[in-house]
Design a protein around this ligand. Structure first.
Ligand code: AMP
Ligand code: GLY
Length: 419
């Protein structure tokens, strides 16, 4: 089989490594991939949002199955375009991807179907939003409606900060059209849990739970990033919490999407907060999380491609999905300065012994050498019987990898281990 994976980060690298385990796979193409992925797939210089070029490539190459991993192409309808030419895909169509593409849609869906989430108001007029903020409870959370490279959310600890966020999103249009509407919502507190799930629109199978570390610096300080590391499973997601989430959140969401004529097939990501009033939805993503995928897939015992094809065919109910016992930890190595400005082009050295544990996110090949090209450069994942062992082993491996300006958090897994 010829497989095509759209995207080019650490998540895609993890997906590709796992798909390669299936003996029926002859070739994997990554569009665009990256310098590290090039060791595991044929990288093709087509951007993840260039849907016409993706469709042309799939047709010319005779692709048998496609995985659309990032949010942008999903929300833009990449799956619809590929299905139109008869290429089966893993990922939701455009109608279903709106669950991530519009926060107004997802909040209204949760309200309509009684799915627990933060209380909220929607605004399309900045003046009305600012008036509302004069008396709103503080802290509060301001969110751009549409996709904003993961940066459209401001958790405002003061009224001024909240007003500033409204102006940036709605008046300065920092995120373009994504900011024509905003959601202002109640501030929730509690540990966060990421639950990725396979679903074919009827059956939903949660994967092992995980915990992201979004802030740039140790002790959850510094600016928000795409994620500086992950662990799985997440100890806050106990069996009891998982049962409650299945009954009140996972199944109701799948059924709600179906009832709305937006059947979701693919990976639905539940960003949850375990509040003192029970678990609530912080966000939905219509895709695998990054860097959650880098700890979840290494613990998947079942064959990933088989599960994905069952999702596409609508027969997930008959497909066993097994995770191994034990734990995983992924430590992200970034370029100093990220998520702000950082240097690029520094040579990366990875010892051969750890290469299979490395998922490359922001690196390019230059004259045959791997050099940094992004803020998050790579992730190092260790699996072990216990989380403590996985954390220790991930750091030991990470410390053998060198590049100039390299930085990472030293406390990935600390909160999970403190429980
Ligand atoms: P998102 O881009 O939706 O993942 O939001 C980014 C981060 O903002 C989340 O991971 C949370 O840590 C935080 N956040 C979002 N919504 C809320 C909320 N209602 N209360 C507290 N924190 C939130
Ligand atoms: N790690 C959070 C995300 O993928 O959105």
């Amino acid at each position: 089989m010829k497989i095509m994976v759209i995207g080019g980060g650490g998540r895609e690298h993890a997906i590709i490594r796992k798909i390669r385990e299936n003996p029926a796979v002859e070739e994997i193409y990554a569009l665009p991939g990256n310098g590290g992925i090039a060791g595991d797939a044929v990288c093709v210089d087509i951007g993840a949002k260039d849907i016409p070029a993706i469709v042309r490539f799939a047709e010319d190459t005779g692709i048998d199955y496609a995985v659309v991993a990032p949010d942008d192409p999903l929300v833009l309808g990449c799956v619809d375009a590929l299905e139109e030419i008869g290429v089966p895909c893993f990922g939701p169509n455009k109608k279903a991807a709106i669950i991530e593409g519009s926060k107004v849609f997802s909040k209204n869906l949760m309200k309509k179907y009684g799915i627990p989430t933060a209380a909220y108001e929607v605004f399309d007029d900045p003046q009305a939003a600012c008036r509302y903020l004069e008396t709103a409870p503080i802290p509060t959370v301001v969110k751009a409606d549409g996709l904003a490279l993961g940066k459209g959310v401001t958790v405002a600890m003061t009224r001024e900060e909240a007003l500033g966020a409204v102006r940036e999103i709605m008046e300065d249009r920092k995120f373009g059209e994504s900011g024509s509407r905003i959601v202002i919502e109640e501030y929730l507190e509690g540990p966060e849990v990421s639950v990725l799930s396979f679903t074919d629109g009827e059956t939903v199978v949660p994967m092992v739970s995980s915990m992201d570390h979004k802030r740039a610096l140790d002790g959850d300080q510094g600016p928000n990033t795409g994620g500086m590391g992950t662990v799985a499973p997440n100890p806050f997601y106990t069996e009891e919490v998982a049962r409650v989430c299945m009954d009140r959140i996972l199944l109701p969401t799948i059924r709600a999407m179906k009832a709305e004529g937006r059947e979701f097939r693919g990976c639905l990501y539940f960003g949850l907060m375990i509040t003192k009033d029970g678990p609530k939805v912080i966000e939905y993503n219509c895709r695998f999380g990054d860097p959650e995928t880098q700890v979840v897939l290494p613990l998947l015992e079942s064959d990933l491609l088989t599960v994905m094809q069952a999702v596409t065919a609508g027969r997930l109910r008959d497909c066993p999905v097994r995770f191994r016992d034990g734990a995983a930890c992924c430590v992200v190595l970034a370029s100093a300065g990220y998520p702000g400005h950082y240097g690029k082009g520094y040579e990366i050295t990875i010892p051969d012994e750890v290469r299979q544990q490395v998922y490359v996110a922001g690196a390019a090949l230059k004259d045959g050498r791997l050099v940094t090209s992004g803020g998050r450069v790579l992730g190092v994942t260790a699996t072990a019987d216990t989380l403590a062992q996985a954390v220790q082993s991930a750091y030991e491996m990470a410390d053998t990898i060198t590049f100039e300006n390299r930085f990472c958090r030293r406390d990935i897994g600390k909160r999970a281990l403190s429980l």
